[in-house]
Structures are given as structure tokens and as C-alpha cells.
Design a protein around this ligand. Sequence first.
Ligand SMILES: NC(=O)c1ccc[n+]([C@@H]2O[C@H](COP(=O)([O-])OP(=O)(O)OC[C@H]3O[C@@H](n4cnc5c(N)ncnc54)[C@H](O)[C@@H]3O)[C@@H](O)[C@H]2O)c1
Ligand SMILES: O=C(O)C(=O)C[C@@H](O)[C@H](O)[C@H](O)COP(=O)(O)O
Ligand SMILES: [Zn+2]
Length: 366
Amino acid sequence: MIRERVSTSTRAYDIVIGADILQTLGELLRGCEVSVSSRHLLITDENVQATGLADIALEALTASGYQTTVHTIPAGEASKTLAHAETALRAAYQAGLDRRSVILALGGGVVGDLAGFVAATYMRGIDFVQLPTTLLAHDSAVGGKVAVNLPEAKNVIGAFHQPLCVLYDTQTLRSLPLREMRSGLAEAIKHGVIRDAALFRWIGHSLDALLERDDAALAELLARSCRIKAAIVSADERETGERALLNFGHTLGHAVESLARYGTFTHGDAVAIGMAAAADLSVALGLMARTDADEIIALLSRAGLPVRIPRDLPAGELIAAMRQDKKAVGGSLTFVLCREIGQAEVVRRVDEAVICQVIEDRREPS
Ligand SMILES: NC(=O)c1ccc[n+]([C@@H]2O[C@H](COP(=O)([O-])OP(=O)(O)OC[C@H]3O[C@@H](n4cnc5c(N)ncnc54)[C@H](O)[C@@H]3O)[C@@H](O)[C@H]2O)c1
Ligand SMILES: O=C(O)C(=O)C[C@@H](O)[C@H](O)[C@H](O)COP(=O)(O)O
Ligand SMILES: [Zn+2]
């Protein structure tokens, strides 16, 4: 069992990573002093439900005396909407949740972000527990960014609401489709690029073992990647400074996700494209050596992630979306760029002409 600690001004909590955690979920919640007299809501999605993971969780909860209602959303990014949040909020109300109730988010980042948003707003905020079931969710479950999308843009409606704890059962990854494993690797590679060159290079050496779901390799990846995320969030919960580094690849990535219509690309795919372009932009602005950018792009490709911008997404529309990115102030184009692998910084007021050139050079071939 691996434990990492996140310490923010609003709450300190544990990330627990290990095998067969769902089977002991009830005991773990008892350890967190979750009330047995209140009713609770477990939010999951249809694919996760079909794996039987929700049944395992429910059985463990019932054995520990918890009364839990299950609310299932359709799988995929298209469910991260206010409409689905409203349906879940009504499910919480109808199930009789009170202020000592807990929302349990069993799923990937979509379930985690939506369920966290529901928890942040139900009765002006109740506790929630992150139960990640995707590789990518080692990132999304930690740090308290909860949100739903607008059709125009990602995560525009949301809050900072830290979970009570993050309980990561690594056995859940057994049923995860390979494409989603690759998608999760994108965020781990991101953590290496922004903060830890040794992690970046270790992922390169361990890629086959990770994609084959070798237990030891996965445990090490999750521990090292979560440690970086936990440290950054603990230092800057509200993204007034260094937390923005976690947005490496997201300025363009989020624009790609919304313009290509949610769900066409996985989040990790879109972030991989964004990271490849951000690496190019770092070179174009004279910040980073071409060899480092090529190393980043090569690892993304080896991980089976896309690194080319689709031809049907016009540069003008991508630029317009990026001007409204949450990091941007007054519409200035803002990116997280690199000096070298392991060292990143926020760069504001990037010249539009340079970005357009980078976009065109990074297009997929016709
Ligand atoms: N809050 C944050 O800090 C943060 C960080 C990163 C990403 N995100 C958000 O996370 C979302 C992406 O998360 P994701 O990649 O986990 O996507 P996801 O939640 O859509 O899950 C990916 C797919 O895998 C399925 N799935 C999940 N667990 C499974 C399992 N164990 N076995 C079989 N299938 C399973 C899901 O049903 C879905 O089809 C995006 O909305 C992104 O914006 C948030
Ligand atoms: O935790 C963070 O901070 C991140 O930026 C992590 C990202 O991987 C994640 O996709 C996050 O949801 C993006 O946040 P946003 O503020 O750009 O919507
Ligand atoms: Zn992300």
C-alpha cells in the first residue's frame, strides 16, 4: 500500500494506492469517520458499472453498515454537463442525502470531475471520495479541481473542492481499454516533463511493462506521478502560481477537445497533441533545444498517442478558443512552455503569428 499526502489550506488528505482497496472500502470510510447514519450516493458510469466494480464497492459499503444509492451516468466526456450534474443533484436529494452524506466518485476523470462538482454544490458543499478507475484519474482525482464543460469550452463551470480522500484500487485497471491506458500515460509524461526528468526517462524505459499492466511498474508510476501532483497542489491549491504548470499541453489540448466535439479525442490524446505543439513553441521562442522537444514528441508517439493537429481544426478557431483559456488574462495567449525536460514555466502574451506557424508545422499530413 502506498500513501501520499496532500495538504491544502482547506483540507489535508491521503492518496492511498494499492490492490483490492474496493473490497475494504467500508472499513476505509469508517477510518475517515464517514457517518453511518446518513445516506450516501455512489456516482459511476455505464462502462464501469458493467465491469462489476460498483457491485464490489457496494457490497463492501453494505457490510460496513453504509446505506448507499448508486447513480449511473452515460460513459464519456459528453456527460460532463450541467444537465447531467442536475440529474445527479436530484438523485442525491431523492436519495435523502444530508450535510453529513458523502458522494463516492467511482470512475475515471469524467465521473470524478462531475461527482466532485455535485459534491461542491449540493447543500452548498458536502464531502466526496475519489475512487479512480482509470490511469488518467491519478491526475484528475487529486487536487480538487471539479467541473463540467460548456459546449464551447472545457471545465468552465466548476470549483476547487478537495476530496475527503483518494482511494486508488490498482486492480480496477485490469479492465481498462488499451486506448485509455495510453491516454493516462499522457498526464504522467506531462508530470515528468514539467518537474521530473528522471520520471520522464523512467517512463521511456518502462513503457512496455506499463502498457502490459505490470503491477510493480504501474505502482511505481502512480506513486511518482501522484507525488508530483500532490506537491504542486499542496504548494498552490488555487493556481495562483506554480499549479499552472500542470496545464502543460492543455492550452491547445482543451481547444482541440472542444472544437473536435467532446469525445472525438480522449483527454490524454488532446493533451498529447498540445504537449507536442507546446514543445515546438518552446523551441520556436528559443527557450528549449530541438533535441529535448524531439525527445518529448518521440516518447508520446512511442506511447501510441497522437502528436499531430487534425487538418479540419482551423488555426483561427483554435486561437480564438485559446484566447479564452482559463490561464489567459485579457485574451492574451498563455502557454506552459519548457526550458528543458523537467523544467517548465508559464509564458504570457505569446505572438499569434509564431503560434500559427507552429500549428501549421504540426498538422497531420494530408
Ligand atoms: N480535475 C482534474 O484535475 C483533471 C485532471 C485531468 C483530467 N481531468 C478530466 O478527466 C477527464 C478524463 O478522464 P478519463 O481519461 O479517466 O476519462 P473517462 O472518465 O471518460 O474514462 C475513460 C473511459 O474508460 C471507461 N472506464 C473507466 N474506468 C474503467 C475501468 N476500470 N474498466 C473499463 N472501462 C473503464 C469509462 O467509462 C470511459 O469510457 C476529462 O474530462 C478531463 O478534463 C480532470
Ligand atoms: O490539476 C491541475 O491544475 C491541472 O491542470 C490538471 C489537468 O491535467 C486537468 O486536465 C485539469 O482539469 C485542467 O484544469 P483547467 O483549469 O485547465 O480546466
Ligand atoms: Zn489534464
